[in-house]
Design a protein around this ligand. Structure first.
Ligand SMILES: Cc1cc2nc3c(=O)[nH]c(=O)nc-3n(C[C@H](O)[C@H](O)[C@H](O)COP(=O)(O)O)c2cc1C
Ligand SMILES: [Mn+2]
Length: 473
């Protein structure tokens, strides 16, 4: 059944291992083979993998800990997927601030600046066409608002620069909260302190990848979901607080306007496509602390199955549900895929209600869902066939479709042209029954699927006839 107040990543790994949901590979594997094996493991929904012996590094790496629906639910201690949105909203009504501690396992060991080589910690090449290692795939970037001191955590991928490697790229586009912190430091012409933390308890990991409104402290969100405060400790060289039981803490700076071209020409992305290399801010690592026998954590970004489908897709869906319910009435349920599509089930209350839902999703969910489909109560949004039934039978394109251009959008959408990166067009579809247009039926469009009374009566009155037409099992 899982639970919520995991002490650290190791406790969750031990839980998975006990269930047969985590395996170790002790053979020496090449960094690129480790990436390929991760893909094979993820695509087949297999147990999480710990690569104990990756050629060129001294550190084991675990991948896939929250790469299935069961593992997501165990990580949160939620019983069933259909309770997910509601349980998330219930737990996060009141956020719980962290507890600051003085001594922490994440500071048991130190690597000084001169000895830093990130390639020795993680050098996995995750996808076939990647040209270089990306150590930071499941690392939380922790930064703080220059003026309010409020912290933010976001998972933004990072490529190892140089060999030996003392810096990583920072894949945080302009719409991320981390990048907005950097804008403040750049305007003030100050270096921005940043901690990149890897190997945290599963709930802290997932809040790093959850899209929330601005100024939500992800560690307070973690406390609420954990149902007890998260313990945090101050970094040794910068004024940033990090989860106390983390495996790895990279302490460093991003200097104003210091950007570098990524080395890789391609990098396999969450869209299931390769993305293009970019100019990105460079995170210069000055100091590293870690636990004894520290384990690294990473994953292969891809379309499903992978961590981001759950810790980014499902968790952000729950946050979007919470926001939407707070501004529009009649919201019954919301289904979002990892990115780009939101399907909303409503009880239609007034003319224009579906359009209000579409506008609200676009206006409040942080450059995420370009396609919005609104359906009635009788549609099962967890069954795409049911959604397609509504799309096919309730939509007239010239009446029910809204298109909008130049929405703030996700940078890596493969559909947007190189010159239009950062924008996504919106497609809103009102797939509810257009009652107001059907006065012939008296504001109703009768549906054959609801001939249930007639069918029940025939089954009762004519069982011998029913027997003749129904295939016997
Ligand atoms: C494995 C993984 C890699 C991710 N990489 C990126 C990334 O490179 N850039 C990005 O903007 N978001 C990335 N995300 C999604 C962000 O973590 C997510 O949108 C989060 O809400 C960002 O935090 P923020 O809203 O505080 O900026 C990634 C998520 C996962 C699970
Ligand atoms: Mn944030």
């Amino acid at each position: 059944m899982g639970k919520s107040n995991w002490y650290d990543m190791r406790e969750f790994m031990a839980f998975l291992e006990e269930k047969g949901e985590l395996v170790h590979v002790y053979d020496e594997v090449d960094p690129k083979v480790a990436g390929g094996l991760t893909a094979i493991s993820l695509y087949s929904g297999s147990p999480a993998v710990v690569f104990e012996n990756i050629k060129g590094t001294d550190v084991p790496c675990v991948a896939g800990t929250i790469a299935t629906q069961d593992r997501l639910l165990w990580a949160l201690g939620i019983d069933r997927m259909d309770q997910f949105n509601e349980e998330w909203c219930r737990r996060t009504e009141k956020l719980i601030p962290p507890k600051i501690v003085a001594d922490a396992p994440c500071q048991e060991c130190v690597i000084e600046e001169k000895d830093i080589d990130i390639n020795k910690i993680c050098n996995i090449i995750w996808h076939d066409k990647d040209k270089s290692p990306f150590s930071v795939t499941l690392g939380l970037s922790i930064t703080k608002d220059l003026y309010t001191g409020k912290q933010n955590a976001g998972i933004y991928r990072g490529e190892n620069f140089d060999n030996p490697s003392k810096s990583v790229s920072w894949g945080a586009p302009e719409y991320t909260h981390g990048r907005q912190h950097l804008f403040q430091y750049e305007e003030a012409n100050k270096p921005m302190p940043i901690a990149i933390v890897t190997g945290v308890d599963p709930i802290t990991l997932m809040v790093g990848a959850t899209r929330t409104p601005p100024d939500v402290d992800e560690f307070e969100l973690a406390g609420a979901l954990r149902r007890e405060p998260l313990e945090m400790v101050k970094c040794q060289t910068i004024d940033i607080y990090v989860p106390a039981t983390a495996e790895w803490v990279f302490e460093g700076y991003i200097y104003p306007r210091q950007q570098r071209q990524e080395v890789t020409e391609w990098f396999g992305e969450y869209t299931g496509h390769y993305g293009e290399e970019r100019m990105l801010p460079e995170v210069v690592i000055k100091h590293i602390t870690h636990r004894k026998n520290a384990i690294f954590q990473g994953t292969r970004e891809q379309w499903e199955l992978t961590e981001s489908a759950y810790i980014n897709g499902t968790t952000s869906q729950a946050e979007a549900y919470k926001t939407l319910k707070s501004i529009v009435p009649g919201i019954i349920d919301l289904r979002c895929n990892k990115c780009y599509e939101a399907i909303v089930k409503i009880k239609k209350l007034f003319k224009g209600h579906p359009q209000q839902v579409i506008d609200a999703i676009w206006g409040s969910t942080y450059s995420r869902y370009k396609h919005v489909i609104v359906v009635d109560e009788d549609v099962n949004i967890w069954d795409y066939e049911s959604v397609h039934w509504a799309l096919s039978t309730r939509v007239m394109a010239d009446r029910d479709v809204t298109i909008t251009s130049r929405r703030a959008g996700q940078w890596l959408d493969p559909a947007s042209p190189l010159t239009g990166k950062g924008y996504q067009s919106g497609l809103g579809i009102d797939a509810t029954v257009p009652k107001e247009d059907y006065e012939f039926w008296g504001n109703e469009v009768p549906q054959t699927v609801y001939d249930t009374e007639q069918l029940a009566k025939i089954k009762k009155d004519y069982p011998h006839l029913v027997k003749q037409v129904v295939r016997s099992k």
